[in-house]
Design a protein around this ligand. Structure first.
Ligand SMILES: Cc1cc2nc3c(=O)[nH]c(=O)nc-3n(C[C@H](O)[C@H](O)[C@H](O)COP(=O)(O)OP(=O)(O)OC[C@H]3O[C@@H](n4cnc5c(N)ncnc54)[C@H](O)[C@@H]3O)c2cc1C
Length: 396
């Protein structure tokens, strides 16, 4: 029988993560952001409790769970006002790609540090000129003896300053033009020739975005993820393996943020009185908040469906991956829209206080808005649904 309730184990996981996150809370998160500090204590606490690598096999220090579990962790953190983008990147994208495609030695080398939080991994695909069109990336990997030499530039890369390594998407030199034949390399953040500068962003978050310069970075042969003999298509498969987890996690990030905004708004409109009764008694405020409740719940349900399809589908089963992909895209779209609307309504519900730093609601607007752009924009999801779900012609 189909169940629309998460397992007791998953619900307990949510409660425990919420408890841990609330002991840090929004105040801690914004204080660290405004002081230019990091949330390292929180990150390591999540790692120590076993939540950070909950989706990674136990033999590499993880919890042996699935994307549904790590997505629940991401959502509950955000719902307590601590939305952590690196949850999307390090355990979900990088952890999944390395678990599925890394050699035994690579898994042993990189996964334990992702799980306990001591060796976080950033992910770098976006480039200034290619943008959404990843087929046009130009970061190039050249063979030099047994080594690889990487050259290129990346933009908007999250958390490079907190990462021990960066999973960099490049293309091999003999495939500079035409369709992307990507190859993925793990680059130590302190490698010679690897530089990065922060991009001033308007998001109130301790996690920052960077422009990355890769200037003839020399890497050993085993920096290339997977077995180099596994064929030219391996890189593309690896990249696609990261996409569904990425979208499911981004959706959870947004539903958590939306829940946090809605909770703040509801608490405020129950207390604030200007006509002898709480302002929440006015339908002009109550209805939009009720709409947000519905939209967030719908997005959560789709996110859980996407995670269940992903976790129950056998790796490499193309039909199962396509079904999970469709649901993951829809969940990500719905969650980003729900979060944007919830943040906007939360600001409105607070009146002037909605714009003050003290109430910290306006700061949610940009964070929620980023969910419409990254890691995949709403337009690209609509393109995907138009083409793949509706069978419409490709428009670009
Ligand atoms: C907060 C944040 C964190 C990020 N973290 C990372 C990270 O860790 N690693 C990483 O690699 N990248 C990261 N990114 C980059 C992010 O993935 C890109 O910003 C995103 O994919 C969009 O690319 P772009 O900014 O170049 O926009 P562009 O490609 O320039 O697009 C501009 C606009 O045109 C629209 N558009 C483009 N093509 C089409 C089309 N065919 N049809 C309709 N509309 C179209 C887009 O949807 C968008 O609205 C991050 C971005 C942000 C904002």
């Amino acid at each position: 029988m189909t169940s629309f309730t998460e397992s007791e184990e998953r619900q307990e996981l949510r409660r425990q993560v919420a408890k841990l996150a609330s002991s840090y809370g929004r105040e801690y998160f914004t204080r660290q952001a405004r002081d230019g500090e990091k949330t390292t204590e929180l990150w390591l606490a999540i790692g120590k409790a076993g939540y950070l690598g909950i989706n990674i096999p136990e033999e590499y220090g993880g919890g042996g769970g699935g994307i549904g579990d790590i997505a629940a962790v991401c959502e509950e953190l955000a719902a307590q006002g601590c939305p952590l983008l690196m949850m999307v990147v390090s355990p979900a994208i990088c952890g999944t790609v390395i678990t599925r495609f890394g050699t035994q030695a690579q898994k042993q080398r990189w996964l334990p540090g992702i799980c306990d939080g001591t060796a976080t991994m950033a992910f770098a695909i976006t480039e200034p000129d290619a943008g959404t069109n990843s087929h046009n990336i130009t970061t190039t990997a050249r063979r030099d003896g047994d080594d690889w030499v990487l050259k290129g530039q990346k933009i908007f890369i999250s958390g490079v300053d907190e990462a021990a390594n960066v999973l960099v998407v490049a293309r091999t030199e003999d495939a500079r033009t035409g369709k992307l034949k990507p190859c993925l390399f793990v680059v130590p953040a302190d490698a010679d020739g690897f530089g990065f500068t922060p991009i001033p962003m308007e998001i109130v978050s301790p996690e920052r975005q960077f422009q990355v310069f890769i200037d003839d970075v020399r890497l050993p042969a085993d920096a290339l993820v997977g077995d180099p003999e596994s064929g030219a298509g391996a890189g593309l498969q690896q990249l696609f393996a990261g996409l569904n987890p990425e979208r499911i996690m981004a959706a959870s990030f947004s539903t958590g943020l939306g829940r946090y905004a809605l909770d703040k708004a509801v608490a405020y409109v129950k207390e604030r009185e200007v006509w002898g009764q709480p302002v929440g008694a006015h339908q002009g405020l109550a209805h939009p908040l009720a709409q947000s409740k519905i939209e967030i719940e719908l997005a959560r349900l789709m996110t859980q469906k996407a995670a269940a399809l992903y976790d129950n589908g056998a790796a490499g089963d193309l039909a199962a991956e396509a079904a999970a992909g469709e649901a993951a895209n829809m969940a990500k779209y719905a969650a980003a829209e729900a979060a944007c609307d919830a943040a906007d309504r939360a600001v409105q519900a607070h009146g002037g206080n909605g714009i003050t730093q003290e109430y910290g609601v306006a700061g949610l607007l940009v964070a929620a808005r980023a969910g419409r752009i990254a890691p995949v924009s709403r337009e690209m999801i609509l393109n995907f649904v138009g083409m793949h779900s509706l069978g419409l012609p490709k428009s670009y």
